[in-house]
Design a protein around this ligand. Structure first.
Ligand SMILES: [Zn+2]
Length: 410
């Protein structure tokens, strides 16, 4: 078999395209497959109207390697002159317009990007970081353009920082399909308005629950956009737990400081134990922690308050939940632990939305899992200096998008 025939078959080229030559360049370790088109009736790539050939251009694409050699597809691509759209290159079946990589090659890059970070993909495939980034951006644009119309029912809104300094993006997630629907700059009312503005009135009406932090900007945007929002906004368990955990830690630090002054080191290196679920502790840790927990320490009292609050999410009826939370609030308000009292006040002001979360069952750890997925994307990239890149990475990994180039006829 001739080498040109071999490559034509491997590439699956169809008329009018065929392989005219295969050039091996040992010193640069590459194979160039030259492809030409027989004369045929060409069409305008925009409107598909048959159009006369105008001239041709030599274009190159990197394709999957031939064994250890980089492989370049080089083709004479005709330009047509459309009455309406002017002079344009015709579409080729192996690549998307204005990409220097064949669709199969881009698919491999996307496959790897889903498994590891951009830097490693660049090294492995001998590409620059910028090229990998552009393939990723194109994949996201393609995926978003293809996405069907959204009819979200249960969503959650979260903020996430993308740098050490406090810079944020707002992330809207569909709880039912567990995919990110929208990423916006900042964490303002306008950030979330941006998402609601993509929905019709009917789509907004279809929203059943919006899980979120007790964050005024998100509340405002949701009240303005979603009919009946005051029964749909749900301050979920994950966020409430975070506030309580922070308050508990403040109590522990203050108490530790005053105990140390009296030479009491009981609270030394116990931060993790107070904040972790006892289920995840070893037997020894459990025994040690049981002593702390049953002591008369202020930290132990704050811990008990937090544990109690975490058990108040399983009610079916709003009034039962309300009674239980009111009892809890009474306990917290009587305690003399300032950080706990402060959280108690915040919770009291937002109790309506906590009760919504309880009855809507909008507290399934969903926010938590999405948050940790996003954090791991951030860790893999060693942080993001650029908000746009961070946004792209979130869509890429969590958007549930169809990222791959068009089905190709190679
Ligand atoms: Zn045209």
């Amino acid at each position: 078999m001739r080498d040109t025939d071999l490559y034509a078959q491997i590439l699956g080229l169809q008329t009018p395209w065929h392989v005219s030559a295969v050039l091996l360049n040992r010193s640069d370790s590459n194979v160039t497959v030259q492809v030409v088109a027989q004369s045929t009736q060409w069409c305008c790539p925009r409107c598909s109207k048959p159009s006369p050939r105008y001239d041709k251009r030599i274009c190159r694409w990197r394709h999957l390697d031939t064994m250890q050699y980089h492989t370049i597809l080089e083709a004479e691509v005709p330009r047509v002159k459309c009455d309406e759209h002017g002079v344009l290159l015709v579409d080729v079946p192996w690549a998307e317009p204005s990409s220097g990589y064949t669709a199969l090659f881009e698919s491999v890059v996307i496959d790897w990007l889903l498994r590891t970070d951009a830097q490693s993909v660049a090294q492995m495939l001998d590409l620059s970081w910028g090229v990998v980034d552009r393939i990723m951006q194109r994949a996201v644009r393609r995926g978003l353009a293809r996405r069907e119309e959204l009819f979200p029912v249960n969503i959650s809104v979260d903020e996430t920082s993308f740098q050490k300094r406090h810079k944020y993006v707002t992330v809207v997630t569909d709880q039912d399909s567990n995919r990110v629907l929208y990423v916006a700059d900042e964490r303002t009312t306008q950030s979330l308005d941006g998402f609601y503005n993509t929905l019709s009135t009917q789509q907004c009406q279809g929203i059943r629950s919006v899980a979120m932090d007790m964050w005024p900007a998100f509340i405002r945007a949701t009240v303005a956009a979603v009919p009946g929002a005051l029964h749909k906004i749900a301050f979920d368990k994950f966020h409430v737990a975070k506030y309580l955990g922070d308050a508990l830690d403040k109590v522990r630090r203050a108490e530790h400081k005053s105990l140390q002054q009296q030479g009491d080191t009981r609270l030394n290196r116990t931060r993790y134990q107070w904040l972790t679920n006892p289920k995840n502790m070893s037997r020894e840790q459990k025994q040690h922690f049981a002593q702390l927990r049953d002591s008369t320490l202020r930290t132990a009292r704050a811990w008990a308050m937090r544990q109690e609050a975490m058990s108040l999410w399983d009610y079916q009826s709003r009034s039962w939940a309300q009674n239980a939370w009111s009892r809890w609030l009474g306990w917290v308000q009587r305690c003399r632990l300032e950080p706990m009292k402060k959280v108690g006040q915040t919770i009291k002001r937002h109790l309506w939305g906590i009760l919504n979360a309880v009855v809507l069952k909008s507290h399934n750890g969903h926010s938590e899992s999405m948050n940790s997925r996003i954090q791991s994307i951030k860790r893999k990239a060693c942080g993001f200096r650029n908000r746009e890149r961070f946004r792209n990475a979130i869509y890429f990994h969590c958007g549930g998008l169809d990222l791959y180039p068009k089905e190709i006829r190679l």
